[in-house]
Design a protein around this ligand. Structure first.
Ligand SMILES: *Cc1c(COP(=O)(O)O)cnc(C)c1O
Length: 381
């Protein structure tokens, strides 16, 4: 039996929603995107927050940093253990990312790491809620705000995750960005959502998401006789289509159930692998609920095979896997342009050598879960 690394949960509801849009005559940003933003806000249950649907989380992170006024000379602190998108958007604006090491237990960035990396030039900190476990949001926000540094959460893995019993996105950060990429916990194929409590950021991001035009395209085309629009900045093309938004609305209705299924699979893995020579992922607590976007196993030195050998065993058995991540300080561009040294990130290095991401997705069958458990156990006992 083959087990894929990931498989999106697309049911008759998503298909009907896509057909509804295709038949409507309006394919780009419009009523569906507006409704998705409203429903996302309802889901977060914080009426004071503003939501903006965009065509990727990368676009969302870029827009948020732009609205925050990040530019040349500024520094933005990001963990080295993340996807390159978290750092590349800093470069789009001519600013400099500063990488921090991670906590060996949770693999998230830490308040101490942020403190060490902060300088007079620090403008923003981007905590990444690694694998779906929230960073220490309350402490990070309070520390940053004390130093007049802004907080932009990269919540690409973190729907729905909590910290201090609050959903990620509602914990006081200046903006939060979710990803709806194909293998994320909610998907629209490609897409993202920006959440912010600041009206001025919301307005700027909305304008910049569509060419710097000062009003939504939908109003422009739908209001009879109202053809006028102005361009106030050289904006981007980051709007979410109604086709994607309609799929997202259906996904949002399932998000809690999909999260429950992931958590159930994680519990089975945690139990099954408990006596193997591995370090299990930190499972979170009642107040810090894990979204289980990733299930990352770390092999201990006494394991009978190394990580690469385990990858070969999984490949031979037809089981998908992944690696999150090759730390950014190891990537040619970042290493060379920032002059980085492998020795500066010992915890990330230790993780990188031993880590592997196992399949975990809401449509995973019990037979598939059992098969992964069987092959991993057989390889590591
Ligand atoms: C997936 C991901 C992104 C980028 O999301 P897109 O929607 O593909 O742009 C950013 N950061 C992290 C940590 C991610 O996993």
């Amino acid at each position: 039996m083959k087990v894929p690394y990931s498989r999106p949960e697309i049911g008759p509801e998503e298909k009907a929603a896509a057909m509804r849009v295709l038949d409507s005559g309006w394919l780009t940003t419009g009523k569906e995107a507006q409704a998705f933003e409203q429903e996302f806000k309802d889901y977060l249950n914080r009426p004071a927050l503003q939501c903006l649907a965009v065509n990727s989380a990368t676009a969302g992170l870029h827009l948020a940093l732009e609205a925050m006024g990040v530019g040349p000379g500024d520094e933005v602190i990001v963990p080295t253990m993340t996807f390159t998108a978290t750092a590349e958007v800093v470069r789009y604006l001519g600013a400099t990312p500063v990488f921090t090491d991670i906590d060996p237990e949770t693999m998230c960035m830490t308040v101490e790491g942020i403190e060490d990396a902060m300088t007079e030039q620090t403008k923003v900190v981007i905590p990444v809620h690694y694998a779906g476990l929230a960073c220490e949001v309350t402490e990070i926000v309070s520390h940053c705000h004390q130093h007049e540094v802004l907080v932009l959460e990269d919540a690409a893995h973190a729907l729905p995750s909590t910290y201090d019993k609050r959903l990620v996105g509602t914990g006081g950060a200046d903006a939060t960005v979710f990803s709806f990429y194909a293998n994320k916990t909610l998907t629209t194929g490609e897409g993202g959502m920006i959440v912010t409590p600041h009206d001025d950021y919301a307005k700027r991001m909305s304008t910049m998401s569509l060419h710097g035009i000062d009003r939504p395209a939908f109003d422009r085309f739908s209001a009879p006789g109202n053809w006028y629009y102005d361009v106030v900045a050289p904006g981007f093309k980051y709007n979410m289509t109604d086709l994607a938004a309609a799929i997202g609305r259906e996904q949002l209705r399932k998000v809690e159930r999909m999260a429950q299924r992931r958590a159930e699979i994680a519990r089975q893995y945690l139990t099954a692998f408990n006596s193997l020579p591995v370090q299990l992922p930190y499972p979170g607590t009642m107040a810090r609920e894990h979204a289980w976007h990733l299930f990352v196993l770390r092999l201990l030195p006494q394991a009978p095979m190394g990580r690469n050998q385990l990858m070969q065993a999984l490949t031979a058995a037809g089981i998908g896997f992944s690696l999150h991540y090759t730390p950014l300080h190891r990537m040619t561009y970042w290493r060379e342009s920032l002059n980085l040294d492998i020795g500066d990130y010992p915890e990330a290095e230790r993780c990188y050598d031993s880590m592997i991401s196992l399949p975990i997705f809401s449509t995973m069958t019990q037979a598939e879960v059992q098969r992964v458990i069987e092959v991993v156990t057989r390889s590591l006992v």
